[in-house]
Design a protein. Structure first.
Length: 382
């Protein structure tokens, strides 16, 4: 008899990002679906990786991550958020942001624990909660601004609530947390044993001179937070799969127990290169403005189409409603757009467990201007 697997995630299919990117490739469509840039990353950073390899930095670095890289991250955190982080005990380098999120959840969750999670939300969160035997308590973001209803959060907190998951700037909506959100959060978690997981992979992609409300700014929040970051999003190299997690030492100690027998340590030459490159602050300080220009350019072009924009305050993404074009479901329309018009997007329903369908698609605008122009020229035909 062949062994059979009793699935730990019985209802789960393949992530929408893989599906839409495969469909885009099959139909040679312009891919405004999965979030990645189509322009060249820094040649200098590539050269630094190459130099690190040639210098002989090709063996394991410390399982927590290269010490120099962790020191440089701590310096960056100090200068951006005036928070002092211990690079030895409070930072771990991870193979990407999604891994850091999974590891944080696995570190904390016991079967039956409840996790407050918002929808629409990045599609890894809920499976990551469920594979740990924990229970997602799903709260809808308030349409159309996709803000958090804090009164509802308060109502949903129970004796079993172990964690609240936050994401700012937000994938897929481009909303961001403001000061008022932080104040509400502080009141809610004060004197509780609730952890926070904060997905801040789009940390530098905040537009219109607004401030990124990192958990790292607030000691009373940071003392209970795992904060997850991505170098891929910051340096236009999503395929490098390298990021990091910051958490207080006692929490990080447990995180590292999970990490050490899963990934153990990340790609070493990339870490040497990043440690060097991080010293040039202008690269991450200018990023918000650079990407904002892309948002504005795309938004301007899209005025020629029947799609209606939702505001995007940060991230790689902007939502567009198509309710004046067709009544098709988001999945059907996104599929037809890819096959017949040659533009791939992500249906917003993929970010809801109940398939909520408001006739909205997510577009990634972090692309060359020529790519955005070609895509919009196709969308005009609708
Ligand atoms: N974060 C990216 C997005 O939302 C995708 C990451 C992935 O495909 N795992 O498009």
């Amino acid at each position: 008899m062949n062994p059979t697997i009793k699935s730990k995630l019985p209802g789960l299919g393949t992530t929408i990002f893989t599906l839409m990117s495969a469909l885009a490739a099959e139909y040679k469509a312009i891919n405004l679906g999965q979030g990645f840039p189509d322009f060249m990353m820094s040649e200098e950073l590539i050269a630094l990786v190459n130099a690190a390899m040639k210098t002989g930095h090709n063996q394991y670095v410390h399982m927590h991550g290269l010490a120099l890289l962790r020191e440089r991250i701590a310096e960056k955190v100090e200068s951006l958020y005036t928070t002092s982080i211990n690079p030895d005990s409070e930072i771990t380098i991870t193979p990407g942001g999604t891994y850091a999120i999974y590891t944080s959840l696995t570190t904390v969750l016991q079967p039956g624990d409840e996790v407050i999670v918002f929808e629409p939300g990045y599609d890894s969160y809920i499976p990551n909660i469920e594979i740990n035997g924990a229970v997602p308590v799903i709260i809808p973001l308030v349409y159309p601004g996709y803000t958090i209803d804090w009164a509802l959060v308060k109502q949903k907190i129970s004796a079993k609530t172990k964690m609240i998951m936050l994401n700012t700037p937000h994938n897929p909506t481009g909303s961001i947390l403001g000061k008022a959100d932080i104040e509400q959060l502080r009141v809610i978690v004060k004197d509780t044993g609730i952890f926070i997981l904060s997905d801040e992979v789009y940390e530098h992609l905040v537009f219109d001179n607004q401030q990124h409300e990192s958990m790292l700014r607030y000691p009373d929040l940071l003392e209970r937070s795992f904060v997850c970051f991505s170098f891929g999003k910051t340096y236009h190299c999503t395929g490098w799969k390298i990021g990091y997690c910051i958490a207080p030492a006692a929490m990080m100690k447990e995180f590292r127990k999970v990490h050490q027998f899963n990934c153990f340590s990340c790609n070493s030459p990339v870490q040497f290169a990043l440690a060097d490159y991080l010293q040039q602050k202008e690269h991450y300080l200018q990023l918000g403005q650079q990407v904002q220009q892309k948002r504005d350019y795309f938004q301007q072009l899209m005025l020629q189409t029947k799609f209606k924009a939702f505001p995007s305050h940060g991230s790689y993404f902007q939502l567009y409603s198509y309710d004046s074009i067709t009544e098709e479901s988001e999945k059907d329309f996104a599929t037809r757009l890819t096959k017949e018009y040659g533009v791939a997007t992500i249906p917003l329903s993929a970010f809801y467990t109940d398939g909520t369908d408001n006739k909205i698609l997510r577009f990634c605008f972090v692309k060359k201007e020529s790519t955005l122009e070609t895509a919009v020229n196709r969308l005009i035909k609708l």
